[in-house]
Design a protein around this ligand. Structure first.
Ligand SMILES: NC(=O)c1ccc[n+]([C@@H]2O[C@H](COP(=O)([O-])OP(=O)(O)OC[C@H]3O[C@@H](n4cnc5c(N)ncnc54)[C@H](O)[C@@H]3O)[C@@H](O)[C@H]2O)c1
Ligand SMILES: O=C(O)C[C@H](O)C(=O)O
Length: 328
């Protein structure tokens, strides 16, 4: 017997990431090739955006995806999030050349307060929320705080693009296959302060740290390359990353929903105080996922270099939180 369709809300559905994301969700790459989906697509209630959304929906129809059980376009968050089982909050203003994420904070904070409240009112009580729109961790924090009747653990931010970028750099450095890299993580904020940490990583069972054996490369090449990759893409394309961001969103939700089979993945999740990160800060942590739940990997040793990096990215997140405190 075929499964009952689940409701997947996507905001910013007519934007660049939306265009790279919706077709993959509808084809079953996110929730499985046996899981029908109803897409509930939010765009700003503006004629041009709604018209662009119609065009995207025409293309979705033209794909004749067997798993696409319905599409609901709307300009109203209460319609988009109604009974949503999954919500991918992509819609936000993206960073342009020369802008830092902090510049986006004020512009985007209003959006996530309103959307958090709407999720609180109408979404499934088990809704899995992924915030992609930047600054992603703080937007997830705002949405979580604006939705007090939903479990805190339902709110996550996307660090998976950073995780994937780090894996790719390590594979290139060590001449190994990216798919063989395990136990990699990215701590903290989705911003240049993030700390991509390969101390525990293995490739084909061998220690990545031992294979690389070059702390200068780690501090002066690897970390800046991963941390500034978003800006490098904006500089090269004149637009922020979209296909790789959509791919990371699919990876994040797929692993959360269907399990990571024991593999570590990185998710931005609300802290419960682990590793000295204050409660509620949405922080990139190593997790494993099973049965629709994520579980933080605990007990890892944090050396002096790592602690300094973690402190720096935490401070940035706390400053961002302080900057939006008046809105909550
Ligand atoms: N976390 C990450 O790793 C990551 C990676 C890449 C991009 N991003 C961020 O994702 C966001 C979207 O990027 P994009 O390239 O798709 O941008 P885009 O400008 O192409 O699309 C954003 C879309 O969101 C819509 N939108 C704006 N406000 C909205 C609202 N309140 N409700 C619904 N829709 C709304 C816009 O009309 C637009 O169509 C940006 O904030 C970007 O910085 C995050
Ligand atoms: O850096 C940006 O502004 C876009 C995105 O967050 C990225 O990392 O590519």
């Amino acid at each position: 017997m075929s499964k009952k369709p689940v409701r997947v809300a996507v905001t910013g559905a007519a934007g660049q990431i939306g265009y790279a994301l919706l077709f993959r969700i509808a084809s079953g790459e996110m929730l499985g090739k046996d899981q029908p989906v109803i897409l509930q697509l939010l765009e700003i209630p503006d004629e041009k955006a709604q018209k662009a959304l119609k065009g995207v929906i025409m293309e979705l129809e033209d794909c004749a995806f067997p798993l696409l059980a319905g599409v609901i376009p709307t300009g109203d968050p209460l319609v988009a999030f109604k009974d949503a089982d999954y919500a991918l909050l992509v819609g936000a203003r993206p960073r342009g050349p020369g802008m830092e994420r902090a510049d986006l904070l004020a512009a985007n904070a209003q959006i996530f307060t309103a959307q958090g409240k709407a999720l609180d009112k109408v979404a499934s009580r088990n809704v899995k929320v992924l915030v992609v729109g930047n600054p992603a961790n703080t937007n997830a924090y705002i949405a979580m705080k604006s939705a007090p009747s939903l479990p805190r653990k339902n709110f996550t931010a996307m660090l998976r693009l950073d995780h994937n970028r780090a894996a790719s750099q390590i594979a290139a450095k060590t001449g190994t296959a990216v798919g063989d890299i395990e136990k990699l993580t990215v701590w903290g904020n989705h911003s240049p302060t993030m700390y991509a940490d390969y101390r525990f990583a293995t490739v084909g069972g061998k220690s990545v740290k031992d294979l690389i054996n070059d702390q200068v490369w780690n501090a002066e090449v690897f970390l800046p390359t991963v941390g500034k990759r978003g800006a490098a893409i904006i500089e090269a394309r004149g637009l922020s990353s979209a296909a790789s961001a959509a791919n990371a969103a699919i990876d994040h939700m797929r692993d959360w929903a269907l399990g990571s089979n024991g593999k570590w993945v990185t998710m931005g999740i609300p802290s419960d105080g682990q590793y000295g990160i204050p409660k509620d800060v949405i922080f990139g942590f190593p997790v494993t996922t099973e049965n629709g739940e994520y579980k933080l990997v605990e007990g890892l040793e944090i050396d002096k270099f790592s602690q300094e990096r973690i402190d720096k990215t935490l401070k940035e997140l706390q400053d961002e939180q302080a900057g939006v405190a008046h809105l909550l």
